[in-house]
Design a protein around this ligand. Structure first.
Ligand SMILES: Nc1ncnc2c1ncn2[C@@H]1O[C@H](COP(=O)(O)OP(=O)(O)OP(=O)(O)O)[C@@H](O)[C@H]1O
Ligand SMILES: [Mg+2]
Length: 375
């Protein structure tokens, strides 16, 4: 294995959102210097970085600057242009491998990767032409664009082929997947880190509840059978090994009829892993850094049960949220991402509550949210 990258080396991040911000905090804490590439001059990670390159992801001068100064570069969101990653990969260490990021960018490729590496998936069909929507056994269904979807965007719930055709035309006839709409018992996610030497460590599986297609509440450990949680971790590790992955990989699963079905992956830390910031011996962001730098992975052990609640822009509907409600609780940890504009559906921050059990943490976290909103 090549020598580990040590502080005060420069590390680069493509993307300046909250995930990049937490990475930058972890890196700076350990004495690394951080350069963030994100076109938004007010990006959450740019505000924490030693250097913010406020330029397009394709900007040649900015990519050259990263390649020249950074010992390694990672991503905080998957929709980075493949050509930019390829350009960097020729000149500096890039993790995760650009090929794995490309898979995560495309739901059709993602599902093929699940199948290739032994992860079960729900019934679906790739959609490239209108005829591909003629799959009566898949309705009622969810039609999802193959690329650029997040937080439930680029998705339509459709009851019939006719509705699917209308939705597909509405998406501009782009490549899609048509998935059978499943009755979910629960949703869980497994976040694993894999080092360049193949060592893999898994965080406790989180159980996730969504609202309006956006993650709302995560609890850890998930309230599912221990064997199911272990299998979720093992399948994620199997996928990471099969892909030759290096970095943090999140796998989202549906639980249907007591069995796991892989839904999608994220080639980076994940919103459902924010609990690791306070509840684990090492956070998902420290693992991302360690994998990137070729260091041994940190200890992911869960130190306390936890619940995390996202704070969306909607919380500003009747003025500034009552932060004192969360800050007054000694078991609650507030994180705000420094975004100026609280638009509906925009992730502005989150808070995590630690408690003796996941249920207690969730009940407390939900009570704090009501107080935060003045309900
Ligand atoms: N086939 C399905 N059957 C039932 N529910 C589904 C299905 N697909 C998606 N959902 C619901 O919609 C949510 C969002 O779907 P998905 O994770 O595919 O989209 P996304 O927009 O990429 O979300 P994100 O990237 O924020 O996780 C899921 O977590 C689940 O609650
Ligand atoms: Mg998802």
């Amino acid at each position: 294995m090549t020598a580990p990258i040590l502080p005060p080396a420069w590390l680069g991040v493509l993307g300046g959102g909250q995930l990049g911000r937490f990475f930058a905090i972890a890196a700076r804490q350990m004495g690394y210097r951080v350069a963030v590439l994100d076109p938004d001059p007010a990006s959450p990670a740019g505000a924490i970085a030693d250097r913010h390159l406020a330029a397009a992801y394709e900007d040649e001068a900015a990519l050259n600057a990263l390649a020249r100064t950074c010992a390694a570069v990672t991503v905080e969101f998957e929709n980075v242009p493949a050509a930019s990653l390829a350009r960097l990969a020729g000149r500096t260490r890039v993790a995760p491998p650009p090929e794995c990021i490309a898979i995560a960018q495309d739901r059709i490729r993602e599902k093929a990767a699940f199948a290739a590496h032994g992860l079960p998936v729900g019934p679906y069909a790739p959609v490239e032409r209108e005829e591909d929507l003629a799959r009566p056994e898949l309705y009622p269904a969810v039609l999802k664009t193959a690329r650029f979807g997040y937080d439930g965007k680029g998705q339509a719930r459709v009851e019939s082929r006719e509705e699917a055709i209308a939705a597909w035309r509405g998406f501009g006839r782009v490549r899609c997947v048509l998935e059978r709409r499943l009755a979910l018992d629960a949703e869980v996610s497994a976040i694993v880190a894999r080092g360049a030497d193949g060592e893999t460590r898994a965080f406790a599986v989180a159980e996730n509840r969504h609202r309006g297609g956006i993650l709302d509440v995560s609890i850890a450990p998930a309230q599912v059978a221990p064997a199911l949680a272990e299998r979720a971790q093992a399948l994620a590790a199997q996928l990471a090994a099969g892909l030759g992955y290096v970095g943090v990989l999140a796998v989202e699963y549906f639980v249907v009829g007591g069995a796991l079905l892989a839904n999608e992956i994220a080639p980076r830390p994940h919103n459902s892993g924010h609990y690791t910031l306070e509840a684990c011996a090492s956070s998902q962001f420290e693992q991302q850094l360690r994998a990137l730098c070729g260091l041994p992975l940190g200890e992911p052990r869960l130190l306390s049960a936890a619940a995390m609640v996202n704070v969306l822009g909607d919380a500003w509907r009747s003025g500034e949220p009552r932060w004192e409600a969360v800050l007054q609780d000694p078991a609650a940890k507030l994180h705000l991402y420094g975004k100026r504009e609280p638009r509906p559906g925009r992730k502005m921050g989150h808070f995590t509550v630690l408690a003796p059990s996941a249920e207690q943490a969730r009940d407390r976290a939900l009570a704090l949210r009501r107080a935060l909103l003045g309900e």
